[in-house]
Design a protein. Structure first.
Length: 223
């Protein structure tokens, strides 16, 4: 894999090739050049009662799969057939995003100036450090689909985006303090079919959330 990545050498996750796993509150998988779906959200996007509701829904889904939601259910997922495990993970993602799409919190990313700030930072090194295929800035969260030239760069770039965006947005709003939730979500894309699913998912996010034009910022690359 070259240091530079483009649309002509995008790849999907290959378990037989080298990959890395780091841990925060969530496991984060990375593999050089592999397309990854990333979500991060504002610090006020999920109030405590909403988190409790989502955890309750998650626990019910896990129990339906025969997994103990109060045990090491992440390891338990590995015992399921791969297609079933991926389906469960996607259901968890969708249910979490449904809560985000209810637009809790101040939703300052709805402001076009703030959304443009996020978009400009995402595009600044596109085609150099990484290649983006799609992203959307929603009122309280961001979805990005793209690939990075190294595993280390993925984590470093994501932290850089969030740090720079928080500083710029606080300056625009005249506020201070943490802006983004510390933890983010990422998922390595397994196939072209899944890749196209994520592209459609990002594009249809505003409709699912009932947003009007001007309340979000959507970008996609023609491939």
């Amino acid at each position: 894999m070259t240091d530079r990545i483009g649309t002509d050498n995008l790849r999907f996750f290959d378990r037989n090739d080298d990959f890395g796993v780091s841990f925060g509150r969530l496991p984060h998988w990375s593999q050089t050049g592999t397309v990854v779906f990333i979500t991060w959200r504002t610090a006020d996007s999920m109030p405590r009662d909403v988190i409790h509701r989502w955890v309750s829904e998650r626990n019910k889904l896990l129990q339906e799969c025969g997994l103990d939601p109060f045990g090491d259910w992440r390891s338990g997922l590995k015992s399921l057939p791969e297609s079933r495990a991926l389906a469960v993970k996607w259901q968890l993602i969708e249910r979490f995003d449904e809560q985000l799409d209810d637009c809790h919190g101040a939703c300052v990313l709805r402001d076009p100036q703030v959304a443009q700030c996020v978009a400009e930072s995402l595009l600044k090194f596109d085609g150099e450090r990484y290649v983006l295929t799609d992203f959307i800035v929603m009122p309280n969260h961001v979805h990005v689909l793209g690939a990075f030239s190294s595993e280390e760069l993925l984590r470093k770039q994501l932290a850089g985006w969030k740090r720079f965006q928080a500083r710029q947005i606080n300056a625009i709003l005249g506020t201070s303090g943490p802006f983004w939730q510390v933890e983010d979500f990422d998922h390595l894309v397994r196939s072209e079919e899944q890749f196209e699913h994520y592209r459609r998912y990002i594009a249809s996010n505003p409709a699912r959330a009932g947003l009007s034009e001007g309340e979000f910022l959507y970008w996609c690359r023609q491939l």
